[in-house]
Design a protein around this ligand. Structure first.
Ligand SMILES: Nc1nc2c(ncn2[C@@H]2O[C@H](COP(=O)(O)OP(=O)(O)OP(=O)(O)O)[C@@H](O)[C@H]2O)c(=O)[nH]1
Ligand SMILES: [Mg+2]
Length: 301
């Protein structure tokens, strides 16, 4: 019974193969249609999943009260006098930059009838509270795969700090910045073998320089560098104290180290090794002096 079945099936198969192999009009037509439409189908599938209009995104991060939401409001509405509340969730807005220098300031660029060519991008405000920082950090480490999914490419990180508060205590700001740099460093390392995700530069926006207690940008830079060095040292201290030499420390330990491994002092220049450019620029949201930051963003879009 079984044997008859298999021979019948074999016969049928043979018939089909013979039919396909014998030149005939229907076979030619079907073959021609396949050759014509399969590439078209693949083309549409690919263009559908990666739209040409991918919006670039810039993430605002930084400790609570540094002025991220104020900055977003200023760029969106042209004034930042409205009171802000501590943010609890990430919030994105769409902004426009001019790509040919037609609108040199953000105020002009924000107008729809501004001269010159335009480009849209997303500005993402994130909460700075210690317990909600995952919202920003998650976006930094999720790289390529989410980019295809959400149709957005991360172009840069604006890390807003309160330059007046930094004079007294840089620890909290530096701890957050350490996590941001570590996430970006891992992101750069993750793509080493295959396609590297685009390098993501960091702008440290030293805000509130309208206050007389605010540190100038150069001092903000050195204060943060010193504090980051201290954090790096103390985070690896557990192992160093246990008598393991710096050369014996495994890759797991190296994984949590930001910047040049084993170096004593931290400097932002060490991030270049990972293609991460870090700049510190002063400004003031309340004073309306954010053009330097705006130019930094516009360059990336
Ligand atoms: N003097 C001065 N105050 C500012 C400046 N920018 C923002 N502020 C004030 O700083 C306070 C906090 O600003 P927010 O924008 O809410 O801070 P945030 O970074 O969004 O804080 P979280 O949402 O908690 O992470 C507000 O009272 C602002 O008015 C500035 O340039 N100068
Ligand atoms: Mg906020």
């Amino acid at each position: 019974m079984d044997r008859i079945d298999t021979t019948a099936i074999m016969d049928e198969l043979k018939r089909i193969v013979e039919y396909i192999m014998t030149p005939s009009t229907p076979v030619f037509v079907v073959g021609f249609l396949i050759v014509l439409f399969v590439p078209l189908l693949i083309h549409f599938l690919i263009t559908h999943t990666t739209p040409y209009t991918t919006l670039s995104s810039i993430i605002l991060a930084g400790p609570s009260g540094s002025g991220k939401t104020s900055l977003l409001t200023l760029l969106e509405r042209g004034d930042a006098s409205a009171p802000t509340h501590t943010s609890q969730a990430a919030h994105a807005i769409e902004l426009t930059v001019s790509t040919d220098g037609g609108a040199p300031t953000f105020r002009e660029a924000a107008r729809d009838d501004a001269p010159g060519k335009h480009r849209k991008f997303l500005l993402v405000d994130t909460p700075g509270h210690g317990k909600l920082r995952g919202a920003a950090l998650g976006r930094l480490s999720r790289g390529e795969e989410s980019k295809a999914k959400r149709g957005q490419g991360l172009k840069g990180v604006v890390f807003v700090v309160d330059a007046a508060a930094l004079a007294e205590d840089a620890r909290d700001a530096a701890a957050y910045l350490y996590d941001v740099l570590l996430a970006l460093q891992r992101r750069a390392g993750a793509g080493k073998s295959a396609r590297r995700p685009d390098a993501v530069p960091v702008l440290i926006a030293a805000n509130k320089n309208d206050l007389f207690t605010a540190l100038p940008a150069a001092l903000v830079k050195s204060a943060l560098e010193a504090e980051l060095g201290r954090i790096r040292q103390s985070r690896s201290k557990g192992l160093l104290d246990s008598g393991v030499g710096i050369d014996d420390i495994g890759s797991e330990e190296q994984d949590g180290w930001v910047g040049e491994y084993g170096s004593e002092k931290f400097s932002f220049a060490q991030m270049r090794e990972f293609d991460i450019d870090v700049q510190v620029l002063g400004g003031s949201v309340l004073g309306g002096k954010v053009d330097k930051w705006w130019d930094w963003i516009a360059e990336l879009i």
